[in-house]
Design a protein around this ligand. Structure first.
Ligand code: FES
Length: 353
């Protein structure tokens, strides 16, 4: 470690103005030279013993204040009952105990910190030092020694000669991580096909989510957005949240000639189309519908889907069109599903695995 104020050794008596002149002379000689640290300016406490003593007293006072506050903290804890309330402006009505504990502890900690800072700033040495950094790389002798030690260790362990030990060690080390894989089973049963299927199946009636009644084609008017759930899904069943999160459906009616996608037209009933309500980005429920354009907007990150064109994504981060449910009308005149969605609903992560 070396101490540098400039490149020259500087005696304590050297006046600051002389130091500055010497420093400026160096800079004039070579403007690209390392300027080093600026010369040390002595503080008042460095040259005036009276000022140093005043600082010492201030620091001692702060530490004493901390001691008093700590004693006050303990006393408050003993003296004040838990339920005593007082009014203190502007805090209002507060517990005496909490207030006194908080104040005394705050002062105790603050006084220690303030005392330490004042001590460091006024009395401790403030001369800047440069700690020379040693090269990180080992010197050639150390490297050679490490290699020699390694070779010696390998020889003494007979790692190369005892092939049986070496090979079984490799086997043990490569198998032991499998224990972690087996423990993953504790995370719960595998999802199996649960993420790929919903409650929709052939013949399931479309139930209006608001009225809880089966939907008829005449209930779905042009320009309206209707939400539906599968028949038989009851709010009090244990897996209601899980099932509705997958099966939620939105239904709109579009003039058949305005449906651009052929499959969508085939899977619709007289222009009534049913799509998953779960956004394919990260699964928010979609709820904003623009009648004129037949666009639906996900409120989470603004993915926009065109329901007149296979619900393809026309804006936003979603990576995949909304799955469509194929629907028809049963003999009683109610809308019914003709099967499940053709692909997993929700974030595109799950599809086509
Ligand atoms: S969840 Fe719909 S855009 Fe992100």
């Amino acid at each position: 470690m070396s101490q540098t104020g400039s490149h020259h050794a500087v005696s304590e008596e050297t006046l600051p103005s002389e130091l500055e002149q010497a420093h400026q002379g160096e800079v004039a000689e070579n403007p690209f030279a390392d300027p080093g640290l600026p010369p040390h300016e002595p503080r008042r406490q460095d040259i005036d013993e009276k000022a140093a003593r005043a600082s010492e007293r201030t620091v001692a006072l702060l530490f004493t204040l901390s001691m008093i506050a700590t004693i006050a903290f303990i006393a408050s804890f003993v003296i004040f009952p838990v339920d005593k309330i007082i009014y203190i402006w502007p805090l209002g009505h507060i517990s005496v105990l909490n207030f006194s504990l908080g104040m005394s502890l705050g002062i105790a900690l603050f006084a220690i910190g303030a005392g330490a800072v004042h001590w460091a700033r006024t009395l401790m040495s403030d001369e800047e030092l440069i700690a020379e950094r040693h090269p990180i790389e080992a010197d050639p002798e150390t490297k050679a020694q490490v290699l020699a030690d390694f070779a010696q260790g390998a020889k003494e362990s007979q790692f190369g000669r005892r092939k049986l030990i070496r090979n079984t060690l490799f086997g043990a080390l490569s198998l032991v991580p499998l224990t972690g894989v087996v423990l993953l089973r504790d995370l719960g049963p595998l999802p199996q096909q649960k993420l790929r299927h919903t409650l929709w199946s052939a013949g399931k009636l479309l139930i209006n989510q608001n009225t809880n009644k089966p939907l008829r084609p005449e209930d779905v008017t042009v320009g309206s957005l209707t939400f539906a759930v599968p028949d038989g899904l009851a709010e009090d069943q244990a897996d209601f949240a899980e099932q509705i999160a997958k099966a939620a459906l939105m239904i709109i009616r579009i003039a058949p000639e305005n449906i651009k996608d052929k499959r969508e037209r085939d899977w619709a009933y007289q222009g009534i189309v049913a799509f998953s309500k779960i956004c394919t980005h990260v699964g928010c429920p979609i709820s904003l519908y623009e009648q004129q354009t037949h666009h639906v907007l996900c409120p989470c990150h603004q993915s926009t889907f065109d329901l007149s064109d296979g619900a393809r994504v026309i804006f936003g981060p979603a990576g995949h069109a909304l799955p469509q449910l194929r629907i028809s009308v049963n003999s009683d005149g109610y809308l019914e599903a003709l099967g499940d969605f053709s692909e997993p609903v929700g974030p595109a992560f799950w599809e086509r695995g």
